[in-house]
Design a protein around this ligand. Structure first.
Ligand code: 5GP
Ligand code: MN
Length: 356
């Protein structure tokens, strides 16, 4: 087993007092419940799995829960098979840990009201919109992924990093930075990734299995979404009707990673995807180029996220959701007058087909 210590510069930006309080909670409590957010991504899953492995080393018995199934591209990570989709209110736990989520509603109902004041709540996160809803909030909004504050915590506990833990953390950081592409991919992030590889993390495996493996169903879904792609000036968006999801056998918890697909439209500064759900809501994913902020749009609509990647759920049909979100997206674009394309150029790029 390869092990390494993470005594690094990573911890330096974090208030030592919060790290120590979080570490003390993990040392005192032996039956923590780790919750990953709905429509889970590599960060929430990779972090919970890395923390599970770390806590097993100090004799804890962590329990992992997520309301939605674990996506194929992270299901191979060690411990992914131990996730449960819910727990009863009287479950035998003594600590709750919210992983990679900005507010309590993001546990998807796994957190039970009766636990409030009974078990301490530890929040490990990096969302700009985090509401500090825990008793201890290990939240670094400057971090590219929750994996960074989590690694600092594991280091503070003095737990050596194994190859398996490093692989889980690689899945987390490589997912949230879209393969080290995002503007928050700092030298610190690259050093962190280097340390994870040195610790025995399977970088090539994560790149291949997590980032470069798209299920056929998802690719077919991309075909539908791309056929419906629209561009108006610097705003790109696509809608995905429920009927198309049903035809392809796509469940509501599967967002097809459409937000990240659209984030690459060259002409666009702000991108939005609209997926119609079976419960009469529309799941909205927002993305933006560096310097453009979509977190406030999601927040206005009772969602949350980061400046460049945020989301929310809106009640109503696809037309109603577009009518609420697109004007806000245009408002953000209007904050940056004179940048990018002129009116004539954007007209040339506009593709609005009669079918829509
Ligand atoms: P995505 O668009 O990929 O679902 O999410 C982008 C980012 O926004 C992620 O960090 C995710 O946690 C956050 N996010 C997405 N939907 C919601 C939501 O409904 N509420 C909150 N608070 N955050 C969300
Ligand atoms: Mn994250």
């Amino acid at each position: 087993m390869t092990t390494t210590s993470m005594t690094t510069t990573m911890t330096s930006s974090f208030p030592a007092e919060i790290l120590h309080r979080a570490a003390a909670l993990l040392e005192q409590r032996r039956r923590p419940l780790l919750i990953s957010h709905p429509r889970p991504d590599g960060d929430t899953i990779g972090c919970a799995l890395a923390l599970r492995l770390a806590l097993l080393q100090i004799g804890s018995q962590p329990l992992l829960a997520c309301v939605h199934p674990i996506p194929e591209n992270v299901a191979y990570l060690p411990g992914a098979e131990t996730y449960v989709s819910d727990v009863p209110e009287d479950v035998d736990i003594d600590l709750v840990i919210a992983v990679d989520m900005s507010d309590l509603s993001r546990t998807g109902g796994i957190y039970k009201d009766a636990w409030c004041g009974k078990f301490p709540l530890l929040v490990i996160d990096h969302h700009a919109t985090n509401t500090a809803f825990g008793d201890v909030n290990l939240v670094d909004p400057d971090a590219a992924a929750t994996a960074l504050p989590l690694a600092a915590l594991i280091d503070a506990l003095g737990i050596p990093l194994t190859g398996d833990m490093a692989t889980c953390l690689l899945a987390a950081v490589l997912t949230d930075t879209r393969g080290l592409r995002t503007s928050n991919t700092t030298p610190e992030v690259l050093r962190f990734v280097g340390q994870l590889i040195e610790a025995g993390g399977d970088y090539a495996g994560v790149m291949e299995k997590t980032l470069d493996s798209i299920p056929y169903r998802q690719m077919r879904g991309w075909a539908v979404a791309l056929d419906r792609l629209q561009l108006d000036g610097q705003l790109a968006w696509a809608t995905f009707p429920l009927a198309e999801k049903i035809a392809l056998g796509i469940e509501d918890h599967d967002d097809l990673d459409l937000g990240n697909l659209l984030s690459r439209v060259a002409e666009a500064k702000v991108m939005a995807t609209f997926l119609e759900m079976r419960d009469g809501t529309v799941k909205v994913s927002l993305r933006s180029r560096p310097g453009y902020n979509v977190a406030w749009i999601a927040k206005v609509l009772e969602g949350g996220g980061h400046h460049q990647a945020a989301g929310c759920s809106v009640t109503g049909d696809l037309d109603a959701a577009q009518a609420r979100v697109l004007p806000l997206a245009r408002q953000e674009l209007a904050q940056h007058p004179g940048e990018g394309l002129g009116a004539a150029d954007s007209a040339t790029f506009a593709r609005v087909s009669a079918r829509r």
